[in-house]
Design a protein around this ligand. Structure first.
Ligand code: SF4
Length: 364
């Protein structure tokens, strides 16, 4: 079995992305079969444990406090609430729970301690626990690892070039720094991006270069199609076609053969046939639940019906890596350092997003 290459260039990745579709599908499906069981798909549940009020300006995100969207914010959920939702998710076939908090970065203190307790609790349910909490210091990554975290999600979102068009409150290099901090622990990395934000095919290939040249490559790569939410700067973006999604999934599978490719936001816009093509092209995970953080998602029963139709089985947890051990809070080796990390705010300007909004309107 060929090992993953870490030397992909943008030109090579673009050439794969633009192959005649049947050839691309055949190649991706072949790579998929060499590295994964093609009849198994992981079901993950994404829980928004703290919604809305985020100080960042990600142009696609309804949780950014500066945009006027209709989402209902909530404070950090309790450990009991999270446990109840995780048990429900497990009963309906999920083997992984990803907890998202709309924070710029993790701050040491009572709320982070509560998240650590959520991690311990879900780990003890024998489920993979993933968190997406914003930027993270080395010490915070170690504390999460010690609590039994299986994966940390931190998306690159787009290419380094296009990233600046979508987010101005932190830089691409901040993303890489957090990923690097996670890599210093035994927590696996989940990092992917979004298509349909107005980026070019070069940017899509550029994002895959950035991800595939990480060594090791991320164990998990979510591919999202933008869900254009009213009130965000990207509200007028046209939905991506299923063919773009299939090409993106297939290319991701070829350049990162061992990773779990996650079909993420945007599934409500896809037909059953479209999703089946994505599974054939190498997607081997979906997010379940009626909401993906704040945007709509297919109902679990619809997903299970699709799995039955396609003869797919749900993947058990810890197929790729052993369940991490959980250290209780009182036995922790790590201290709360009360860190105030210095992250960049490159040319911070909201107008950048206003101009993206105008540009998208003119394309309508
Ligand atoms: S994507 Fe995350 S960091 Fe960006 S605005 Fe939304 S919640 Fe905040």
């Amino acid at each position: 079995m060929a090992a993953a290459s870490h030397n992909w260039t943008q030109k090579e990745i673009l050439a794969i992305y633009n192959k005649p579709l049947m050839e691309l599908l055949y190649e991706a499906a072949t790579v998929h079969r060499l590295h994964h069981n093609p009849n198994t798909v992981q079901v993950s549940t994404l829980l928004s444990v703290k919604t809305g009020g985020c100080p960042e300006d990600c142009g696609y995100c309804p949780q950014a406090a500066r945009y006027h969207t209709n989402i209902e914010g909530n404070d950090l959920m309790s450990v009991t609430q999270v446990k109840a939702q995780a048990l429900r998710a497990k009963a309906s076939g999920s083997s992984r729970v990803c907890m998202g908090a709309a924070w710029r970065n993790v701050k040491d203190g009572a709320e982070f301690d509560q998240v650590l307790e959520m991690v311990r609790t879900i780990n003890k349910l024998d489920m993979e626990v993933c968190c997406t909490l914003g930027m993270l210091t080395k010490n915070q990554a170690k504390r999460l690892a010690e609590a039994g975290l299986y994966a940390y999600n931190h998306n690159l979102d787009s290419s380094e070039t296009y990233y600046k068009e979508v987010i101005s409150t932190r830089g691409f290099e901040d993303r890489l720094k957090t990923i690097d901090n996670v890599r210093k622990t035994n927590v696996t990395v989940c990092s992917g991006g979004i298509i349909g934000m107005g980026e070019t095919e070069d940017d899509r290939a550029g994002m895959l270069v950035a991800l595939s040249t990480l060594n090791p490559q991320p164990e998990s790569v979510p591919i999202n199609a933008l869900v254009a939410v009213e009130g965000t700067p990207l509200e007028h973006q046209k939905p991506v076609s299923i063919w773009e999604m299939v090409r993106m999934v297939a290319t991701t599978r070829i350049v990162m053969p061992e990773t779990q490719v996650r079909l993420s936001a945007g599934r409500t816009q896809m037909s059953q046939e479209g999703q089946a093509l994505c599974f054939f092209a190498g997607a081997n995970s979906i997010f379940a639940g009626d909401k993906l953080l704040t945007t709509p998602n297919p109902d679990v029963s619809e997903d299970m019906e699709l799995f039955k139709l396609l003869g797919l089985n749900t993947q058990k947890p810890f197929i790729k890596k052993m369940q991490p051990e959980t250290v209780e809070a009182e036995d922790s080796q790590f201290q709360d350092l009360g860190e105030k990390p210095k992250w960049s705010r490159p040319e911070h300007t909201i107008e950048r997003n206003e101009s993206a909004k105008e540009k998208a309107k003119s394309l309508k």
